[in-house]
Design a protein around this ligand. Structure first.
Ligand SMILES: [Fe+2]
Length: 347
């Protein structure tokens, strides 16, 4: 019988400095092999994280008899809703409506200490706002290599740890390679690193406002092609979709710049742009993505939940937490109004 090598033996001895995760690790503890670095960083973190406290500014509101505290994360976007139990307090339509309006206004809303929320609870929460999607939104494209928890085919586990470092650390909106990308995504943290691994959100309206007037004119009516990554392939086929570069948000009516560095590759053939023009325009459109003034940053703890509007924000993880574990679960939400799922630019 041929003895198969354990997966651990395939793990490289050194962490690649070419990744953000690797460069942060190397800058913090440059010496030794992977294991030595991991132990060194753990010792550093044990020394710098001994307790927790944070100054918090908030606005109190009472909704359906529940006292909430709304903590803005930045002027531009992001609000943490304190004082709510997502398992218990969403029974009333008025509470759901309140959260939806807050979500539309602030693009992303977060909650803390929801450890008790089971996968069923997470799904029920998502279904308050639309139709439950598959891991990447629509059910017509399910990546072949995907592994989901037993009994929960729509829950996408996102895991990272010492042996498998990784995080979606480039700015993107979820599954824009789909012709009908998910309206929203909900992420719950099951296990958080002691420090690091924050998720950042960038305001799509702010990105549009940052485009120069002459470029705005040029890109009105322009369409871009979004291509999935190899791990999104289904039966060897990479997913691909064409979307307007300027997108009208179907609920707020505002315009969003709808291109991202991960999936947007080029412009539609009909525009006849050569490679040099394409790259120059893409770089111009990408330039403001991640500017601190139009972003907010959310620190995760066990049971933290974030729900973001994929039509209005881009997001990325901060890949700075190796060798710690970071375990997340994500579900997506599709707009209940099927007509609104395909991105469009209104006249
Ligand atoms: Fe994502």
């Amino acid at each position: 019988m041929v003895k198969q090598s354990a997966p651990e033996q395939l793990i490289p001895k050194r962490l690649s400095r070419a990744t953000p995760m690797g460069l942060v690790a190397a800058s913090r503890f440059p010496l030794g092999d992977r294991k030595t670095m991991a132990n060194g960083i753990r010792a550093l973190d044990a020394d710098i994280v001994l307790g927790s406290l944070a100054p918090v500014a908030y606005k109190p509101v009472k909704v359906c008899g529940v006292e909430l505290k709304l903590e803005p994360l930045s002027p531009a976007l992001g609000t943490v809703v304190h004082g709510i139990d997502l398992d218990r307090d969403l029974g009333q339509a008025k509470m759901v409506q309140f959260l939806r309006e807050l979500w539309l206004e602030r693009r992303v809303i977060m909650f803390r200490d929801q450890q008790h929320l089971t996968r069923d609870g997470l799904i029920q929460f998502a279904e308050c706002f639309g139709e439950l999607g598959a891991h990447h939104g629509e059910r017509d494209h399910i990546p072949s290599g995907l592994q989901t928890p037993e009994g929960y085919p729509d829950v996408l586990p996102i895991q990272s740890g010492e042996k498998h470092p990784g995080a979606a650390s480039e700015w993107h909106s979820d599954a824009t390679w789909s012709s009908r990308p998910p309206m929203g995504s909900v992420l719950i943290c099951r296990e958080a690193p002691p420090i690091g691994g924050d998720t950042n959100f960038c305001d799509g309206y702010g990105l549009w406002e940052g485009v120069r007037d002459e470029t705005k004119e040029r890109i009105q009516g322009l369409k871009a092609i979004h291509v999935g990554q190899p791990h999104h392939a289904m039966d060897g086929r990479l997913p691909m979709a064409t979307h307007p570069v300027a997108r009208t948000h179907p609920e707020t009516g505002k315009t969003v710049l709808f291109v991202n560095r991960v999936f947007t590759r080029r412009f539609a053939k009909e525009h006849g742009m050569d490679e040099a023009v394409t790259q120059s325009l893409l770089q111009e459109l990408f330039a403001n993505i991640g500017r601190p003034e139009i972003t907010c940053r959310f620190r995760w703890g066990p049971g933290s939940v974030a729900m973001w509007d994929n039509r209005a924000v881009q997001h990325c993880a901060t890949a700075d937490f190796w060798p710690h574990r970071r375990l997340m679960e994500r579900v997506t939400i599709l707009d209940s109004d099927v007509e609104r799922r395909t991105p469009y630019l209104a006249d």
